[in-house]
Design a protein around this ligand. Structure first.
Ligand code: GAL
Length: 656
């Protein structure tokens, strides 16, 4: 059980402080009617809980929690530290963050804090402690929610306090300034430092900033926010050691190293907002769900999603009928133990007054509310799924250090390589084939996988290369990998550096392609052709056998894809990886969970098979095995039809 609540979790952010108390009674009555069993409370409530320094007003929150409990609803109780109150900002203006041009930001939004500020930190720990003390034995308390979406608005701060903190962090990492000079390659452009006091964050400078400095800054910013989380977590653990702690992640987020973060929390939770305007949004979101499941290797919780439209895109499309349910079932399919939303009741004011909610402005005689009730019923019907693990035979490698290095500004052969895109190039066809995928950090033991895919590992250490070399399964490594070490310095003898022996190849020159250009590629034997765009390389096989060559253009006749034993190196960005992928899956002995038509997602979670029709047409398919559809109670076998945007959740017969 993720929290103290059995079964699947259903509910959302509840902001009762935005409403008169008379409304609360209706809220809890309707929550109970919909089957809501968990709500996230007090996320942005600091100024209401502590309107004056040290002057707490817990009365209203006491009443909210009591009311929730009386109606059988538990609380994911926030520590309320996501937004410091006005009095703190006015007393200590230095708690507000400063941007890279040196401008201190003003109060009036949220996350107005400098992550390094000792004042901010001290006050958050004080508040977390006060919350834990007050509510330690409250029966509604099911989970702690620290902060909110760290790095959403405030990832970094360039103020003098942050600069001093950065210097302490660097001193710890490098010991002395010579260590820093060596790691940062300060002999370039005359940046040799003679003391740590001369080092600053990478603020706006006349030209490109040292990329090694930027890489360490990214590491530092992730760590600085993590320290904020840890301070609160430790305060909570001291007082309520048995209450699980989470902080809501933001899917695949560039700013925070979620491997490092997840190791520090009890429950992985995520906020996901697939764009209804994007017909492929369900693919990208599935990738982030698989990351969430992989972070701790088990069930996680979708803590926020939108019932219909959001309010922060330029054009905010509603979710058509059925899509809220379908997207919720998709999260369950990928390991979530519930479906939670932002927010319970649609706000009347503020920047999110047009953001959808489980209970819309227009009330209960709406399609929105009817869909809320329907989802509540479905989640109850699926309750037995809670806690079920997922098994995957394919792993995609994703590491934040490498991502940060790859997307460093202004100094790369091409700034068109974006890691999320590279991950999706491989993930999308795996998803379409119904092949379960785990994400794995570089360096992890990969012995459980039949196929490991490394879309890109620009930054690759000797240890990470050794982990890939000792994985027994098949391996595909994408281009521009093994280029630099942990300090962003090019490996001696060029890419793929420590992967050279494993891949049997040497990269002589990177060959980025101009925007819009297509580089034809011809596979050996059979003359099958393909193409690459964005990126290619001039490579020389050492003792690898070419699987494909570039055809035409300056690279004509050069090898494009090579294989050495179980490892394949792809030196370009193929426009379509499916032929290569299918061959690798077949050789690895990985089979899809079901044969499904395009737009139908097939996902296995333990003994349950989820079939989700993401299209607007009925889909026909043949079930790989008979079973009971938990959503309808019907027993299904053989050929079935799934209505548009509908789903089947099959408890497979005869399965464990
Ligand atoms: C999230 C945030 C919520 C709410 C939501 C709206 O980023 O955590 O508080 O703002 O977005 O989509």
């Amino acid at each position: 059980m993720l929290t103290r609540v059995p079964g699947l979790l259903f509910g959302g952010d509840y902001n009762p402080e935005q409403w008169p108390e008379e409304v609360w009674a209706e809220d809890v009555r309707l929550m109970a009617e919909a089957g809501v069993n968990l709500v996230t409370v007090a996320v942005f409530s600091w100024s209401r809980l502590e309107p004056r320094p040290g002057g707490f007003d817990f009365g209203w929150l006491d009443r909210v929690l009591d009311l929730l409990h009386e109606h059988g609803i538990a609380a994911d109780l926030a520590t309320a530290t996501a937004t410091p109150p006005p009095w703190l900002v006015r007393e200590h203006p230095e708690v507000m963050p400063v941007d890279s041009s040196g401008t201190r930001l003003e109060f009036g939004s949220r996350q107005g804090y400098c992550p390094s500020s000792p004042v901010f930190r001290e006050h958050t720990v004080r508040l977390a402690r006060a919350m834990a003390t007050r509510y330690s034995s409250h029966p509604a308390l099911a989970m702690w929610h620290v902060g909110n979406e760290y790095a959403d608005h405030t990832l970094e701060c360039f103020c003098p306090v942050s600069a001093a903190h950065f210097r302490r962090w660097l001193r710890e990492r490098y010991g002395d300034v010579d260590g820093l000079n060596a790691a940062w390659g300060t002999s370039c452009w005359g940046q040799h430092y003679t003391g740590f006091e001369q080092v600053e964050p990478p603020r706006r400078a006349p030209g490109p900033v040292n990329p090694a400095q930027v890489l360490d800054w990214r590491r530092f910013c992730s760590d600085a926010l993590l320290e904020c989380f840890l301070l609160e977590r430790d305060a909570l653990r001291e007082i309520t050691p048995d209450v699980p702690v989470t902080t809501n992640f933001m899917s695949i987020l560039h700013g925070l190293d979620y491997w490092k973060w997840a190791a520090e929390e009890d429950v992985v939770s995520d906020d996901a907002y697939p764009d209804p305007a994007d017909p492929d949004a369900h693919v990208a979101v599935a990738l982030s769900y698989d990351l969430m499941r992989s972070l701790k290797g088990g069930p996680w919780l979708l803590l926020e999603s939108a019932p219909s439209a959001v309010s922060w895109r330029e054009v905010n499309l509603p979710k058509p009928p059925g899509v809220m349910r379908l997207h919720s079932l998709q999260a369950l399919a990928h390991g979530s133990d519930g479906a939670m939303f932002f927010q319970w009741r649609q706000a009347r004011y503020g920047p999110e007054k047009f953001h959808s909610a489980l209970l819309p402005h227009a009330g209960t005689d709406t399609r929105g509310w009817r869909e809320t009730l329907e989802l509540g019923r479905d989640l109850r019907a699926l309750g037995e799924i809670a806690g079920t693990p997922t098994a995957a035979e394919v792993a995609l490698v994703l590491g934040w250090d490498s991502w940060w290095g790859l997307e460093a500004p202004e100094s790369m052969p091409s700034d068109r390589l974006k890691l999320k895109r590279l991950l999706l190039d491989w993930y999308a066809p795996l998803h379409a084939r119904g092949v379960a995928v785990d994400l794995a950090p570089p360096g992890r033991d990969l012995s459980g996988y039949r196929l490991v895919i490394v879309p890109n590992l620009y930054l690759c250490t000797e240890e990470q290369a050794a982990a890939l070399a000792s994985a027994p399964g098949r391996l595909i490594v994408g281009p521009f990998s093994g280029v630099v070490d942990a300090a962003d310095q090019v490996h001696p003898g060029s890419a793929p550096g420590p992967l050279r022996e494993l891949l049997g190849v040497r990269v002589e020159e990177f060959w980025p392609l101009p925007d819009g250009a297509r580089q034809p590629v011809r596979f050996t034997g059979g003359g099958r052709t393909g193409s690459a765009s964005t990126w290619a390389e001039w490579i020389s096989p050492l003792d690898a056998e070419p699987l494909a060559h570039y055809a035409g253009g300056d690279l004509d006749g050069r090898p494009a894809i090579v294989r050495r034993g179980r490892a394949t190196y792809v030196s370009c960005l193929l426009d379509d990886v499916t032929a290569l992928l299918d061959a690798e899956l077949a050789e690895a002995g990985v089979r899809p969970v079901a044969e499904v038509p395009a737009g139908v997602e097939a996902t296995r979670r333990g003994a349950y098979l989820f079939l989700l029709n993401h299209t607007t047409a009925p889909a026909r398919l043949t079930l790989p095995c008979p079973g009971a559809d938990l959503l309808t109670g019907r027993r299904l076998r053989g050929e079935i039809e799934i209505a548009p945007r509908d789903a089947v959740v099959l408890r497979i017969e005869g399965d464990q």
